[in-house]
Write a protein that binds this ligand. Structure first.
Ligand code: UN1
Length: 511
């Protein structure tokens, strides 16, 4: 029985082969071992994908390099027009792709659709951007000289993405890279290869229709390709999304060859709940932040720092809300919380709870693994709340699961210190109606994160802003604002239109 129409969605996305191993889209660089993609929703095998071998990788790179020679000469607004068509194509496939994201990754259908919406939005953003890749002009210190800067495409951009946003993160990178004139080689998470194949299938029709060389978008599957990308001198920019542990390795490897990186690593995001907060708003922000995507967003709310005077009341409200959470099949819109990605993640979740207890944490809302009908995949867990102290080792770490640590504060300065007192620096927020503490939180003496919000939660950033964070989050910025600059190389040009050749800095050199 296919109650949620998954088979139809798969077929419409061109994913059919279950026994042979589906190939990786237009650029079929896949002759390696079979990767099986199981759904955390019901534990069934969705389809098999062939991984790329080292030879496949080389073939993909050759096509990418070749394609770059053509693509860089296409005027940026024309590249934008092609990205516009990709946005249209994504609109047509929004439902099916959203379903696949939900089924292969396990997030709620609403969030799966939301993720595809982010892809559509970044396409629109990129289209506008294709006419706005502005450089500055400067006044030269020398007469009859003109100075300006221009932005040129880098070349081949390596995109290594994570399972939790299996399609949107790729599009933030690829759509910008494409209008910038770069070509992309994408290595998706081996936990969500079908989402990547589906994306490749969707955009390949647009590339074909416009006679764009297929090497503009290359897909390589399997972990082997990750380090090939990191070590490849032909790839001037690697955009990596994933854990801090692997990010550190990527960062070192790419830096060793003087390549550029955009790193989107772990978060350990907190909400400060002030005594001036509107608790009904905190409720939505904190609960969605903590249990949405089953706690598997890099922007997930992991810590609540609550003013002592409203602590008991907030805990009461949270306990009540957690008591009403429905855990189950994410394709069923009645459920709030879907599964974790796999059993390994379930184990990490259990270990974290155990460690928190050992360090003195007090369970406020009990966790545990769900059993019985509907939970056969073994990946469903109960969102839990633990009263903890910020310095606990486990609180300092990012566990990709719905575990919320709560703690008390008495002054706003202390709250900000706790908020900043972790190695990561992605997202942060304060709920308050007091403008003094709000402004302090947003000031240079406030949150040290790349994202700081007021009266909204830590997750769910819009694509128009630059997305990323400081410290162990890696410092990269993607998506909106001027994040595009990371995908291009800057060239400063000085032109002498006079008949003399004066040197800068007034240096005389008489011949
Ligand atoms: C991620 O978890 O890797 O802000 C990205 C958000 C989403 C993106 C999360 N727009 O929660």
């Amino acid at each position: 029985t296919d109650q949620f129409g998954i088979q139809e969605a798969l077929a419409s996305l061109g994913i059919k082969e279950i026994n042979e191993g589906t190939s990786t889209g237009s650029n079929s660089f896949a002759n390696g071992k079979i990767i099986e993609s199981y759904s955390p929703v019901d534990g069934t095998l969705i389809a098999k994908v062939k991984a790329s071998t080292a030879d496949d990788y080389q073939a993909a790179m050759a096509k990418a390099e070749e394609a770059f020679k053509t693509w860089r000469l296409v005027p940026a607004p024309k590249r934008g027009e092609i990205v516009r068509q990709m946005g249209d194509e994504l609109r047509k496939h929004k439902d099916a792709l959203g379903q696949l994201v939900s089924y292969e990754m396990g997030k709620s259908l609403q969030e799966g659709l939301g993720e595809v919406q982010e892809m559509i939005d970044i396409c629109d953003f990129a289209v506008g951007l294709s006419r706005q890749l502005y450089g500055l002009t400067m006044h030269s210190e020398r007469p009859m000289h003109r100075m300006y800067e221009q932005w040129h495409p880098f070349g081949v951009v390596g995109i290594i993405s994570a399972f939790n946003f299996p399609v949107a993160v790729w599009s933030w990178n690829s759509m910008l890279a494409w209008v910038c004139g770069d070509v992309c080689i994408w290595k998706p998470s081996s936990k969500t290869p079908l989402c990547a194949v589906a994306c490749q299938n969707i955009i390949k029709t647009v590339l074909e229709r416009n006679n764009v060389p297929e090497g503009v978008s290359c897909l390589v599957v399997g972990n082997e390709s990750g380090d090939l990308i990191n070590n490849d001198k032909r790839i001037p920019l690697v955009s990596f999304t994933g854990s801090t542990r692997i990010g550190r390795h990527v960062s070192k490897t790419v830096a060793e060859r003087f390549g550029n990186t955009i790193l989107e690593l772990g978060g350990n995001n907190a909400i400060i709940v002030s005594e001036h907060a509107d608790i009904s708003m905190v409720l939505v922000g904190a609960v969605f932040g903590a249990v949405g995507t089953a706690g598997q967003r890099c922007t997930t709310t992991r810590r609540l720092i609550i003013h002592e005077s409203v602590y008991d009341k907030t805990v009461e409200v949270l306990k009540n809300a957690y008591g009403q959470l429905k855990i189950g099949n994410p394709l069923d819109s009645n459920n709030h919380v879907g599964p974790l990605i796999d059993k390994g993640s379930v184990q990490d979740y259990l270990n974290a709870i155990e460690k928190a207890k050992q360090e003195g944490g007090k369970i406020i809302v009990e966790g545990g693994v769900m059993e019985g009908e509907g939970y056969e995949s073994g990946c469903y867990v109960k969102p839990c709340i633990i009263e903890a102290e910020n310095h606990f080792n486990i609180v300092q770490e990012e566990t990709f699961a719905p575990i919320l640590y709560i703690m008390k504060y008495s002054t706003i300065e202390q709250a900000i210190e706790l908020q900043n007192g972790v190695p990561q620096g992605l997202s942060s927020s304060i709920f308050t109606n007091n403008m003094r503490e709000m402004e302090l939180f947003l000031s240079q003496a406030g949150s040290d994160c790349g994202i700081a919000n007021v009266n909204i939660g830590t997750s769910g950033a819009e694509i128009g802003g630059a997305f990323g964070g400081e410290k162990e989050t890696g410092g990269g910025r993607e998506s909106g604002s001027d994040a595009w600059k990371a995908y291009m190389r800057r060239q400063t040009n000085t032109i002498n239109y006079g008949t003399q050749l004066p040197l800068a800095q007034g240096i005389r050199f008489d011949l």
